[in-house]
Design a protein around this ligand. Structure first.
Ligand code: HGY
Ligand code: MN
Ligand code: MN
Length: 433
């Protein structure tokens, strides 16, 4: 019995769902949805409905992950996890994270009632960006069993403890001890995500597999000088924390341009007292350094810290560094990635795989489970910005590739059935010929 699957219609539904999710924001007029805020509750209500319509049973775990479960056809089988994150950066685009969640639901719909030798859990992770509590991957780390309970006592910029945020969302932090999936119960994790860069647009490819995710260092740097009256304090000597920080920021950009493949960014700055007629006394910066090779990344971090220290001592400014993240580069699972490549090739597209400069929940999941990613082209290559974009036709291809990926896995476990045969017989457009 062949199945007619309209991937284009599923893609249209995904895009309208991303539009609807974008209305759930903490900041009117822009899309900002942080960890366990009221906006996230609104997003959960939408996604829960969509999960149920796709035949999934829905629950929320102690870390605020939204989980839709499709039961296996045989007991004692493993679970394939498909998902991405539902939180955003401030003033975000509408596809970073969310598209991976709605595309996972669409792939489950495409699979329909086909009997699979494994269960599928679709997960909308609660916090990937690390905005509210400065720690990324909270949701996926809870699933991977690497959540640090000490994080519960961290506070956000409003002084709200994480444990309180969890309770205010109607959850119990005590449930965090039962959020982790046991590795021997997990077949693997796969995440579909917009590329967030220009590569696929340049190559004119709708989708690609991911080989590895660049390693990432995150640091907090504080420069402490001497405030004073802007009008009466001579220019020399001044211990101006903001001038010192500014010299460092330019040095970060120069170093990033001089090291092949390095990304070095100062994204956050806080200057005190931040008054027009007062010499800045204290400046706090974030430093984000990334590279495919951990040695190159760590070497760059060392050099940049030495530069900061040099600027501080020559300017008479005190200086402190806190490293908040040293995430090694994460290789994707070769077997699952080959399956992803086969799924891409079975649609008639060329196989292609690439490095991800952006971090994803796949980083946390790859620490524990075989993990693969599917990138979706962005014509503009712009992300973490309202102009983030994606093409409906490419989303249709991505949903088809996810469904075919599931079939490749099912075929491995002897679960070839009408879906696999039907998908294998389909043309490259994803429609029944
Ligand atoms: O920062 C990142 O790379 C991701 O968007 N969290
Ligand atoms: Mn992001
Ligand atoms: Mn993301």
């Amino acid at each position: 019995m062949s199945i007619i699957i309209d991937f284009d219609q599923l893609a249209a539904e995904c895009l309208s769902r991303c539009e609807e999710l974008a209305t759930h924001t903490d900041t009117p007029g822009q899309l900002t949805r942080l960890f366990l805020t009221p906006a996230m509750l609104g997003a959960h209500q939408c996604v829960s409905d969509w999960m149920r319509q796709a035949g999934l049973t829905v629950r929320t775990d102690g870390a605020g992950n939204l989980i839709g479960s499709r039961p296996p056809s045989t007991i004692h089988s493993k679970t394939l996890i498909i998902g991405s994150h539902l939180d955003t950066v401030p003033n975000a685009g509408r596809y970073d994270g969310m598209l991976g969640v709605v595309a996972a639901i669409a792939a489950v719909k495409a699979i329909g009632h086909a009997k699979l030798p494994f269960a599928i859990d679709v997960i909308g992770f609660s916090e990937e960006e690390g905005v509210r509590y400065s720690t990324p991957y909270l949701g996926s780390r809870a699933i991977a069993g690497t959540f640090d309970i000490n994080w519960l006592s961290t506070t956000d910029t409003q002084g709200v403890f994480m444990v309180k945020a969890i309770e205010d969302f109607g959850l119990s932090a005590a449930d965090l001890c039962s959020t982790a999936y046991s590795p021997d119960r997990v077949l693997g994790f796969v995440e579909a995500h917009i590329e967030q860069g220009p590569v696929l647009a340049r190559l004119n490819l709708p989708v690609a597999a991911v080989d590895a995710i660049a390693g990432q260092s995150r640091l907090k740097m504080v420069f402490v000088g001497q405030s004073g009256h802007a009008g009466t304090t001579p220019m020399v000597p001044r211990a101006d924390a903001l001038v010192c920080a500014a010299r460092f920021i330019v040095a970060v950009s120069d170093h990033g341009r001089n090291v092949e493949g390095l990304r070095a960014t100062v994204g956050f700055i806080d200057s005190r007292p931040n008054a027009r007629n007062v010499i800045p006394s204290e400046v706090t910066l974030s430093l984000d350094v990334r590279h495919a090779d951990d040695r190159v990344r760590r070497d760059a971090v060392g050099k940049l810290c030495d530069l900061a220290s040099g600027f501080a001592s020559s300017d008479g400014v005190a200086f402190a560094i806190t490293q908040t993240e040293d995430q090694s580069a994460s290789a994707m699972d070769p077997c699952l990635t080959e399956k992803m490549q086969l799924a891409i090739a079975s649609t008639g597209l060329p196989k292609f795989s690439m490095l991800s400069g952006a971090g994803h929940d796949a980083v946390a999941m790859a620490q524990r489970f075989p993990t693969a990613m599917l990138f979706i082209r962005q014509p503009s290559g712009i992300s973490h910005h309202p102009d983030e974009d994606v093409e409906r036709a490419d989303v249709a291809v991505a949903i088809e590739v996810l469904a075919r990926f599931v079939c490749e896995l099912a075929a491995d476990s002897g679960g070839v059935d009408d879906l696999s045969n039907s998908l294998r017989s389909m043309g490259s457009t994803g429609f029944q010929s």
